[in-house]
Design a protein around this ligand. Sequence first.
Ligand code: FES
Length: 287
Amino acid sequence: MQPFDSVSVLEDATALDRAVDPVRKAVQRLLAPGPVRDALHGVWLGHPVHPTVVQLALGALTSASVLDLMPGNERPARVLIATGLASAAPATVTGWADWSELHEQQQRVGLVHAGANVAGLAAYALSLVQRLRGNEAHGRALGWTGLGLLGLGGFLGGHLSFRQASGANHAEEVPHLVPPGWQDLCAVDDLGDDATPRQRMLGDVALVVVKQGSRISVLSDRCSHLSGPLHEGDLVDDGSCIRCPWHGSVFRLADGTVRRGPATAPVHAFEVKVEAGRVHVRLAAAG
Ligand code: FES
């Protein structure tokens, strides 16, 4: 059995839900929807902030443990541990923000990922205390323990990112599946006049179509956050945006850009023209 397959057992470990549910509620209470939470998700950056900010903490702490292998590095190792612990705060907050908007299987693995990282950070904090008391041997041992725990946390983070696709852009494949050039999509009369989001298929690709008077907007239907069906969402911001029904990400109908997270990547917006009562669409990056 591959290591990742054994981690898959965690995905279905419903016993973890007893911890997941109260932690998720607490995080959602502390990080209410709004500009701060959007900033933590990375709406401003166009992809999640968490993987970027963890680098400083992990780099500093790992470097400290490497220095511990060689004598005479006590002082720089202490500085690196203090730096790593201080820089763990943004990594922790952004991680919890993202975690609170995941599927339940992802949240189970994510909780264990967080637990391993918290235990690793605690080991490094104790390591620093021991070093400051002059007990270098205990400090080094605790540091290596922390490194192992952070390694476990990183392994689970890899599973979350690459096996369970949390944080990935779930709309990335759309241009590769859509033929280039103008494509016939549907009859204008099929769209009604009530500005209701409707799903229409372009080959195997689901699109969401919104007709508001004479204006027709077409986006790819899969939310970039976790593939939520946008056609089941509602229009917000005076009808200029559509909100995903799963976690509330908001996208502009005009160009698919993200107005509110947790999504960070835009969805694809199609050019639209009407000819002979038929709606035709084109995606510039298709093919
Ligand atoms: S799937 Fe999460 S906001 Fe759309």
